[in-house]
Design a protein around this ligand. Structure first.
Ligand SMILES: Cc1cc2nc3c(=O)[nH]c(=O)nc-3n(C[C@H](O)[C@H](O)[C@H](O)COP(=O)(O)O)c2cc1C
Length: 243
C-alpha cells in the first residue's frame, strides 16, 4: 500500500516533509506551487488575505523546487518525491516534470480558493473542455510519473466520468480528495466506484485521521492513501507503518 503525504500549500516544504516521512510514508508531496504569472499573482492575493501559500517569483520557482527535491533525497533516499503544481498551460508543469530526481509531477485540479478558480485553475480545471489534451501533453513530455489530484463531488462535475477521462490521458495516478459536502468523512462509496471503473493507481484521501478510516479506504480497492491534516502536528497518533 502506497502511503503518501498529501500536499499542503505553505506547509509542505522539504524541512516539514523530512520530519514526517519517517512516520511511515513512501511518497512525500511538495507544494502546491504556482508556476506561471497568473497563478503566482493568485497566490500573492491569497497570502495578502492571510492564508498560507508558497510565494516564489517566476525566476526562482523552478530552482527552488529542484533544491527542495534534492534536500529530501539527501535525507530520505528511498522516498518518492512528488510536486503538486498549478499553471494555466502545460509548459511550466512539463518543466517541473523534468526536474532531476523528481519522481512524480502532480497536476493540481483540486484547489478551491477563488483567486485560483477564477483563472481556470485548481478544481476549475475539471471543467476545461481540453482537460484530456492538457494532461496528455504533460504525460508525453516528462520523464517522471504523472499524477492528477482532484476534488470529488464538485457541483456540475461527474467525478466518475472525470476519473475515466483522466485515465484516458495516460497518467499514472489519480489522487482523489473524496470530500463530500456536509460529511466529515471520505466518500468511500465513490472511491470504490472509481477503483472498480479504472485501471490506474488510485490514491484515496480525506479525513484519514484514524486506523478505522484508513481500513475503510483500503477496502475500496485503492492502490494507496494520503494524509494531510493529521500529519501537521508532526506526530500521527496512530501507526501507519504496517499498511
Ligand atoms: C493547509 C492546507 C493546504 C493545502 N494545500 C493543498 C495544495 O496546495 N494542493 C492540493 O492539491 N491540496 C492541498 N490541500 C488539500 C490536502 O492535500 C488534502 O486533500 C485535504 O486536506 C484532505 O485530506 P486530509 O483530510 O488528510 O487533510 C491542502 C490542505 C490543507 C489543510
Amino acid at each position: 500500500m502506497m502511503k503518501v503525504v498529501a500536499p499542503m500549500a505553505g506547509i509542505s516544504n522539504s524541512e516539514f516533509l523530512n520530519k514526517v516521512i519517517p512516520l511511515g510514508f513512501d511518497v512525500a508531496t511538495l507544494g502546491g506551487y504556482s508556476l506561471d504569472t497568473p497563478t503566482i499573482e493568485a497566490s500573492r492575493k491569497i497570502v495578502e488575505r492571510g492564508r498560507k501559500e508558497f510565494d516564489f517569483p517566476l525566476n526562482e520557482i523552478f530552482s527552488n523546487i529542484e533544491n527542495e527535491v534534492a534536500s529530501i533525497k539527501q535525507v530520505n533516499k528511498d522516498v518518492k518525491v512528488s510536486a503538486n503544481v498549478r499553471a494555466t498551460t502545460p509548459q511550466p508543469i512539463i518543466e517541473v516534470g523534468n526536474i532531476k530526481e523528481l519522481d512524480i509531477v502532480e497536476i493540481n485540479c483540486h484547489c478551491r480558493q477563488d483567486e485560483i478558480t477564477s483563472i481556470g485553475c485548481g478544481q476549475e480545471m475539471l471543467k476545461r473542455p481540453d482537460l484530456e489534451e492538457f494532461i496528455s501533453q504533460i504525460v508525453d513530455n516528462v520523464d517522471c510519473e504523472v499524477s492528477v489530484k482532484i476534488r470529488a463531488n464538485i457541483e456540475g462535475i461527474d467525478t466518475l466520468e472525470v476519473a475515466k477521462l483522466i485515465e484516458s490521458s495516460g497518467v499514472d495516478y489519480l489522487h482523489i480528495d473524496a470530500m463530500k459536502k456536509g460529511v466529515f468523512d471520505a466518500d468511500y462509496d465513490l472511491v470504490k466506484e472509481i477503483c472498480d471503473a479504472v485501471d490506474i493507481k488510485v490514491i484515496g484521501n480525506n479525513s484519514l485521521n484514524c486506523i478505522e478510516n484508513i481500513e475503510k479506504m483500503i477496502d475500496t480497492g485503492v492502490y494507496g492513501f494520503s494524509i494531510a491534516r493529521a500529519v501537521i502536528s508532526n506526530n500521527l497518533n496512530f501507526d501507519i507503518s504496517h499498511f
